[in-house]
Design a protein around this ligand. Structure first.
Ligand code: KIV
Ligand code: ZN
Length: 513
């Protein structure tokens, strides 16, 4: 058994199943490139049959990835498997990931199949996958609530049919470290052909145990861990890649195993995923939270000055966090701006760089000091816009104690310029009413609107996030600007663009897991 733990990242598939999360093609490709930089071994790029958008995303990620294995999810049906292969066949290293539920509850209620029928489906789906693709992973959905005798037969069937990775998901986040570790030990020991496969973990975080469970399985013999950046995913999310990688690195003394993760790329990956999904990372989140390396109490600060190892078990630099707070000003030129972006881990293409620089100059005119947080907010915001069909052109707002408050808004929608003037119960209400006039979305409700200041000071940039929901679809949008009204409009437009993508998806073939 090797000492290397393969990291399988499913940010683009399970992560994207988070309520309110959606990424467009360009964003998925940015994430995939960063996952390669991070040293991820296997990238699950999507669920090819779920929609045209997913199919295209798997196809493009498959074409563009240079080193990582690229996987697509497929249910145990020939349509799913053939569609997955159609998207994956461009990959240098393709993998079909097929699954079926094995717990009595799922087999009866969801699949309406007997255990024998499920075994037949496993055999047929894995054999078909193997005909198309040399690398096949099979997952036993709801493995942790499956009958161990049946699960062992299912695994044996999948391996005999050609699967070389066996994933035992804790689909509902029900396991504990002891039970999950024992499951792997038991299956590896009792399945006669288990030595032909790599066993894999896939843990959901419903009880906050996803990382602990994954590590327990690794200690019991699993050699692949499925996880997502920032731990995003269905319900309470998945095990977080950054926590798994750093736990294995920092506690190598008790877990003498390694990964191929380049830990200095972690912060960049976390920020990118947060920016494109609109999901803010909670401040106290391990490894990547804003407070993960912050020291507030006097006693801790004193210890840190004397020797940072008093209160830090890893350095901020080891996860790619740049600690200098170098401030740029309005006289800073392109070279200094570019260098600072590189230090922060951003590589922008020429156009994006020019646009970000123009916005930096605008911000530097409006704001006395520019901090790293300002640049991060600005660049993240710039990366969100991409080639979205709806773009904010101009906004004017009239507000104050003598209402009614009014907004004049100009959007570019699919290349066509549209302007509307509206009144509202406050400036935000007026702006959002103008949005509805220009891009009809009467069924959508604004569920949440949040503003936070990126730095201190009255001239701080505002970072706004909004949550829209429409007929069960939810999307989050984010926007940053030193004018809170502009940041609000940007955030709303971002959410609206995502809503359009999700509407198309919902109208297409809807594959439910
Ligand atoms: O949680 C789960 O069971 C899954 C499988 C489809 C791998 O995501
Ligand atoms: Zn899952």
């Amino acid at each position: 058994m090797t000492d290397t733990i393969l990291i399988f990242d499913t940010t683009l598939r399970d992560g994207e199943q988070s309520p309110g999360c959606s990424m467009n093609l360009e964003e998925k490709l940015q994430v995939a490139h960063q996952l390669e930089e991070l040293g991820i071994d296997i990238i699950e790029a999507g669920f090819a049959i779920a929609s045209e958008g997913d199919f295209l995303a798997v196809t493009e990620v498959a074409k563009q990835c240079q080193r990582a294995v690229v996987a697509s999810l497929a249910r145990a049906s020939s349509l799913d498997i053939e569609r997955a292969w159609e998207a994956l066949r461009h990959a240098r290293r393709p993998r079909i990931h097929t699954f079926i539920a094995t717990s009595p509850l799922h087999m009866r209620v969801k699949l309406g199949k007997s255990p024998d029928q499920v075994l037949e489906a496993i055999d047929a789906s894995v054999r078909l996958s193997r005909k198309l693709c040399a690398d096949v992973e099979w997952s036993a959905e709801d493995a942790t609530r499956s009958d161990p005798d049946f699960l062992a037969r299912a695994i044996e069937t999948a391996i005999s049919a050609g699967a070389r990775t066996i994933n035992l998901p804790d689909t509902v986040g029900y396991a504990t470290p002891e039970t999950y570790g024992a499951l792997f030990r038991d299956m590896i020991e009792r399945v006669p052909n288990s030595d032909l496969a790599v066993f894999s973990t896939h843990c959901h975080n419903d009880l906050g145990l996803a990382v602990a469970n994954s590590l327990a399985a690794v200690l019991a013999g699993a050699r692949q861990v499925e996880s997502t950046i920032n731990g995003i995913g269905e319900r309470a999310g998945n095990a977080a890649v950054e926590e798994i990688a750093m736990a294995l690195k920092v506690r190598h003394d008790v877990m003498p195993l390694t990964t191929n993760v380049r830990s200095t790329e972690i912060t960049k990956a976390s920020r990118l995923v947060s920016a494109v999904t609109g999901f803010q990372v909670q401040p106290n989140k391990a490894i990547v939270g804003a407070n993960a390396f912050a020291h507030e109490s006097g006693i801790h600060q004193d210890g840190m000055i004397k020797d940072s190892s008093t209160y830090e078990i890893m350095t901020p630099e080891s996860v790619g966090l740049v600690t200098s707070n170098l401030v740029l000003g309005k006289h800073s030129g392109r070279a200094a701006f570019r260098q600072k972006l590189q230090e922060l881990g951003y590589e922008l293409g020429d156009n994006a760089f020019q646009e970000a620089f123009a916005r930096f100059k605008e911000l530097a005119d409006a704001k006395k000091d520019i901090f790293e947080e300002d640049l991060i907010a600005l660049v993240d915001d710039e990366m969100l816009r991409g080639h979205d069909p709806i773009q904010l052109q101009e906004i004017e707002v009239y507000c104050g104690s003598n209402g009614p408050q009014r907004a004049i808004l100009t959007l570019e929608v699919d290349g066509e310029e549209r302007t509307a003037a509206t009144r509202g119960n406050g400036p935000i209400d007026a702006i959002f009413a103008a949005m509805r006039k220009l891009v009809p979305h009467d069924q959508a409700r604004l569920e949440r609107y949040e503003v936070h200041a990126v730095t201190g000071g009255t001239d701080a940039q505002a970072e706004v996030s909004v949550l829209l929901s429409e007929n069960g679809i939810t999307t989050r949008g984010r926007g940053a600007h030193h004018d809170t009204m502009v940041a609000s409009a940007r955030a709303y437009v971002n959410a609206l663009n995502k809503l359009m993508v999700k509407r198309v998806r919902a109208a297409g073939v809807h594959a439910s897991l």
